[in-house]
Design a binder for this molecule. Structure first.
Ligand SMILES: Cc1ncc(COP(=O)(O)O)c(C=O)c1O
Length: 460
């Protein structure tokens, strides 16, 4: 039922020959449309290791990276003048659109008042209560990336429990947090394959089980040595895995019983609603993390503590030996972050914006599903709020192991370039598509039509 249709000669139900044909034809179309970009960046951007300023820019399946001229709302225009409907949205950093007007105004306002001073501004007075009200946790800290917020929250978990070990679910991603870089391979925990320069055995202090596997979770927590379980409410960094009914209840019950804290990382699932998946589904995390879009695209993240954890951490701080906590980064909690986060929370991430995003996401989900059914492809669509993914394998997927098997990089790469050539940009990792408040129904229709055209070519 959950097996994928990958084999030597076909991937996701499509023959390798056909995939190669699509890839080659579309690479040529991409090149022809971008003479300026190719001249400037076709052989890499000068001065950068690997030809790009950030290594992920080489993970796009296009023959060379798209050189962006400008981006506004849900549209990117490259330097050759090609317009793209943007469903990648900076892999969630611009989940609420590029340069949302209230955030752009806040940047302009703050730009003349100083950009970082290691002191609060009046905007900070508004943000604490906004976070409390929206996400339900009473105490907050600001950091600059979700990676850091997760790292700091995990430190607090270790500090207050006096335990060293954490637990992650197979297929997870929480940023470049070293101790979460573990995978199950043939049922055995190992360092995530491909880690550069990692000489430690990370499995020594990280347990790993499959998502939705309540029995394995219970067994892993039984020794009462796990400080914290860190998870997304829905696995979005593998092919999307939704929690089965009862999984989150069991996760909370079992962690409480074992004296283990629960860290919910909402960085991607903020697609669910203004208070994230947590608010919508009544989760009760001890620690909460949100990064990426929380300041409308300006680097910022927040992490929250429950009343009980805050009291325990305060008590820990009273007794620990004096000295640096190991949590920091100098530019965190700067006035530009305060100004933009306030604008994003008050004026951009609104109920009305989410209502619109949800409506369009459901339309996209239904449209892509209809195409898959019509073309009789062994694929499916998964969705968490305004985050939609088509997966080139049957579903639903139950865990990270199945998600890994469902991932079809060769096929996905060919599809992505074909979509770009029809004016549609989706995230280079998996087949993720984000709907922002600026996304229009016409853009959704164009995406469905572009997907239908590619699917028809593949299925023909
Ligand atoms: C769930 C989740 N948490 C944390 C992060 C890390 O975010 P950043 O790279 O901004 O630190 C990511 C990045 O993809 C993520 O998906």
């Amino acid at each position: 039922m959950h097996s994928t249709s990958h084999s030597k000669t076909s991937i996701g139900g499509i023959s390798r020959d056909r995939i190669a044909m699509l890839r080659d034809t579309e690479a040529e179309v991409f090149r022809k449309a971008r003479p300026k970009s190719e001249a400037k960046a076709g052989n890499g951007l000068p001065g950068f290791f690997g030809g790009v300023p950030m290594h992920w820019m080489n993970d796009w399946p296009t023959p060379f990276p798209i050189l962006v001229g400008s981006a506004r709302g849900a549209t990117i225009t490259d330097i050759d003048g090609n317009r793209l409907d943007d469903f990648c949205l900076g892999d969630t950093g611009s989940m609420f659109g590029h340069s949302p007007p209230p955030v752009a105004r806040a940047i302009r306002r703050q730009s003349g008042r100083g950009l970082t001073y290691m002191l609060p501004s009046e905007d900070a007075l508004a943000i604490g209560p906004l976070l409390q009200e929206r996400f339900g946790l009473p105490f907050w800290q600001i950091a600059t990336t979700a990676t850091d917020a997760n790292r700091f929250a995990l430190r607090v978990a270790r500090a207050v429990t006096g335990r060293e070990t954490i637990l992650v679910f197979n297929g997870c991603y929480h940023g470049s947090v070293d101790e979460t870089m573990v995978r199950l391979v043939d049922g055995k925990p190992v360092n995530r394959p491909g880690l550069a320069g990692e000489f430690r055995d990370l499995t020594r202090a990280t347990k790993i089980v499959e998502f939705n596997d309540i029995a394995a979770l219970e067994a892993a927590l039984a020794d009462r040595d796990v400080a914290c379980v860190i998870t997304e409410p829905v696995l979005t960094n593998s092919c999307m895995v939704l929690p089965e009914p009862g999984f989150h209840d069991a996760l909370r019950r079992l962690t409480r019983a074992a004296g283990t804290l629960l860290l919910i990382d909402e960085t991607h699932t903020i697609s669910t609603g203004p208070g994230g998946y947590t608010k919508k589904h009544g989760l009760e995390p001890d620690l909460f993390v949100l990064g990426k879009p929380v300041a409308g695209g300006v680097p910022a993240s927040v992490w929250g503590l429950s009343d009980q954890i805050a009291s325990r951490y305060a008590a820990y701080n009273r007794t620990k030996e004096p000295g640096y906590s190991g949590m920091g980064t100098t530019l965190s909690a700067n006035p530009l972050q305060f100004a933009t986060m306030r604008a994003a929370l008050e004026e951009v991430m609104t109920e009305a914006a989410y209502a619109r995003m949800g409506r369009l996401a459901r339309r996209l989900d239904a449209g892509l599903t209809a195409v898959i059914d019509r073309c009789r492809l062994p694929w499916h669509v998964a969705r968490v709020g305004a985050r939609v993914e088509f997966i080139c394998a049957p579903g639903p997927l139950r865990n990270g192991g199945e998600a890994e098997a469902a991932h079809a990089p060769e096929l996905e790469a060919a599809i992505h370039v074909a979509l770009v050539n029809q004016g549609v940009l989706i995230a280079p990792f998996h087949n993720m598509m984000l709907i922002s408040p600026a996304t229009t129904a016409a853009q959704i229709n164009r995406l469905i039509a572009a997907f239908a055209a590619v699917a028809a070519r593949l299925a023909a």
